[in-house]
Design a protein around this ligand. Sequence first.
Ligand SMILES: [Zn+2]
Ligand SMILES: [Zn+2]
Length: 209
Amino acid sequence: MFIDFHTHPLNHRYYYDGLQPAALTERDKADIRGLLAQGVERGLDAIAVTDHDLALSGLWAADEARRLGLPITVIAGCECELYHRGEWVHILALGLKEPLVYTPYTPAADLAARIHAQGALAVLAHPMAYGPAAYHSLKAVVDGVEYRNGAQARRGAADFTAVLDADGYRGLRLCGSDSHWPDEPAREQWEARTEMGEEEFLRLFGVKL
Ligand SMILES: [Zn+2]
Ligand SMILES: [Zn+2]
């Protein structure tokens, strides 16, 4: 089973201006459908839809994939930006049932508790972008770490495996493309995905692929 655990169908549309929409527009929906079609083309069995601080697109994508009978399972999520110990860090929420309530100043442990309250998982996104200090202060808070990220690989950042191995990290290790639709995905992003068995996916997300 191949899963991309990190995607942005709405690119940066609602990210930089901080204005979250109450409802998706027709253009938003068309872009989400485009990303899902590309996921099928990439040979993915599942895809996490994780827009910046926005769960609406992932929740809608999951319903839409089911409604259309697409051959791809959607994990609804979002990528939460927090100010943590003097730097901006990103935490992926995977498997949301409803939008999360938080601000950039919500402590990471509180955010993780809110994610867990929905039966979802908290994953530290692209730790190679911040350096080991963020990883070491957050590793006990999150369920997993994005050991490889397509957008970071495209910028030449090495994956985080060596740090995780040296630390004996035993949590989940996930890989995502971090592709921003409809940007032309670079090869590093097109191929970035996690290989996972059906049973593990079922155990983590309660969904049979
Ligand atoms: Zn990020
Ligand atoms: Zn991202």
